[in-house]
Ligand binder design. Sequence first.
Ligand code: IZC
Ligand code: ZN
Length: 418
Amino acid sequence: MTLHVDLLLTNIGQLLPMRSDGPRSGKAMQELVVIEGAVLGIKAGEIAYIGTDDSEVTADTIIDCEGKLVTPGLVDPHTHVVFGGSREHEMALKQQGVPYLEILARGGGILSTVQATRNATMEELYEKASFHLDRMMTYGTTTVEAKSGYGLDRETELKQLKVAKELQENHQIDLVSTFLGAHAIPQTHKENPEQFLEEMLALLTEIKEQQLAEFVDIFTETGVFTVDQSREYLRKAKEKGFRLKIHADEIDPLGGTEMAAALGATSADHLVGASDEGIRMLAETGTIAVLLPGTTFYLGKSSFARAREMIEQGVTVALATDFNPGSSPTENLQLIMSIAALQLKMSPEEIWNAVTVNAAYAIGRGEEAGQLEIGRKADVVIWDAPNYLYIPYHYGVNHVNKVIKNGKLVAERMGIRD
Ligand code: IZC
Ligand code: ZN
C-alpha cells in the first residue's frame, strides 16, 4: 500500500528524530539516534512518515535534501521577546566596568526598558516582537517562551501579556507565555518590595481568567527579590494554579535553586552560582535546569554554570538564548549551542537534547514540540550541514537551509543576487 503525503524530504544525510518518552536527564542526555539516508513525509501539517525507504511513498512536493542534516525545530525556553526600546547605550558603561546590577540600581538596565515599554503602544510592541520572532524562526526556532516583566504595573504587564497572546494566535511560531511581573522593583516601590509583590499577585486572577500566562517567574537576585520573598510569591502563584519558573543564582549565589526545586518549579534558570545542594536537589526533583551561557558570555563573566557537574549528577539540562535587550541581545540559538560546547563543555549530543526534547519539557510542551514522531506537528529544520556535530562547531552564523512550521515552508537561507 502506498502512502501519499503533501511534502516528502528525501536523501536526508542525518535525521535526528529526538524521540523520547520524557525529558532526558544526566547520562541519558548523551543518547542520540541518527538515521542515515532518511526520508520524512509530512501530511496536513503533521509528520506522516519516517523511514529509509521511499518506494511506497508518493508526494505532491519533494525536497531533495542532498545529504543535509534534518532535525526538529529548535525550542527556545527562556526569552524576554516583548519589550520597547533597546539598550545599546549601556555597552560603554559595561566597558567602563559598571556591573549589570549597578546599572539597574542607578535606574537603568531593566528599568530603562520598563520606561520604553510603558511608552509603547500595543501595536508597536506587537510589531517589534513579531520582527524578533521572525528572526528566531529564520535561525531554526519554532517554539519559544516569552516573559512579561517590563511593565511592573498593572496596565503595562497586562499590555505585554496581551501582545504575547496575540502573537501566539497570529504568528507562525508557537509561543508559551510567562508572567514575570516580579522582574525588578519599580522606583515607586523601592522602600516596599513586599507591597509591590502583593500588587503583582493581585493580577493573577485576571491573568488566569483571560489565559494570559501559564507560568509565573521571579528574578531572585541581590538588589531585586530575596529568596524568602520569592518563596512566598511563588508559593502563592502555585496555589493559584500556575506552573513555576525562576531566575536563580544568575549573578550572586543566593540559594534560589534549592528553593525552586523544593517548590516543584518546572524549571530553574541561569544557575551560574548554584550550590552543590542546589544541583543535588535539581536532580532529585526533576526541576529542569535552563542554562543561558550566552548571557554569561555577554556579561563578560569568566565563570559559567556548572553544566558538567549537573549532568553527571543526573540533572535535566536545557539551553536558551535569554533573548532580551540588556544581558543577551541575540535571537540565535545556534550561537548558544556553540557557547555551550565551548564554555559549558557539553557534548554535541547533550546540546541537541538540550535545545529540543528538554527545552520543550521546560515549557510544558514536551508532548508537542522538540521531537519528530508520526502524528506530531511537522516543525522541521533542514540544515546546511553534513552532520549534527557541525552546528555547534561552526559558530556565529546561521546554518538554516529551510524551516518548516506545521508542514509549511516558513524560512529559507538568504540568497545572493547575481
Ligand atoms: O532586561 O536585563 N537578567 N533580567 C534578568 C534580564 C536579565 C533582562 C534584562
Ligand atoms: Zn531572563
